[in-house]
Design a protein around this ligand. Structure first.
Ligand code: 5GP
Ligand code: ZN
Length: 113
């Protein structure tokens, strides 16, 4: 298994895991772009958003609900936070295992870079 995030799921690679359940895990990004920067990933390997199947609807919904829950626990909910999913190289995807970025603790600008 060559996938970095699958290795974090199996524990082969260490990560600062802040939340875990049957479907997802959440951990600190190794190169944070904000005071709070978590990655929420499915336990099952899906390379990109382009590979999502209809049967993944509940999983993707659960990833967003997990971001909402973590944002509340991290006291980001009132000030605001950003969730981001990059698809393929043109959007800056570097790890090809679907992940949702949860960023907070600073002011964000729009449009994003
Ligand atoms: P992408 O650019 O694919 O949307 O996001 C990949 C993210 O994974 C980047 O923000 C990067 O810092 C993070 N990342 C890459 N390798 C590792 C790692 O080994 N551990 C952790 N915790 N994060 C990683
Ligand atoms: Zn993977």
């Amino acid at each position: 298994m060559e996938c970095l995030f699958c290795k974090i799921v199996t524990g082969e690679l260490p990560a600062k895991i802040t939340y875990q359940d049957d479907l997802v895990i959440a951990f600190d990004d190794i190169n944070p772009q904000a005071p709070q920067h978590k990655l929420i990933i499915p336990q099952k390997h899906i390379a990109t958003l382009n590979d999502l199947q209809h049967e993944d609807n509940e999983l993707i919904g659960h990833m967003v609900q997990t971001a909402k829950m973590l944002a509340k626990n991290l006291n980001l909910a009132d000030d605001g936070y950003r969730i981001v999913m990059n698809c393929n190289a043109g959007a800056g995807q570097t790890v090809f295992h679907v992940h949702l970025h949860l960023l907070g603790g600073r002011q964000f600008i729009w449009p994003p870079g």
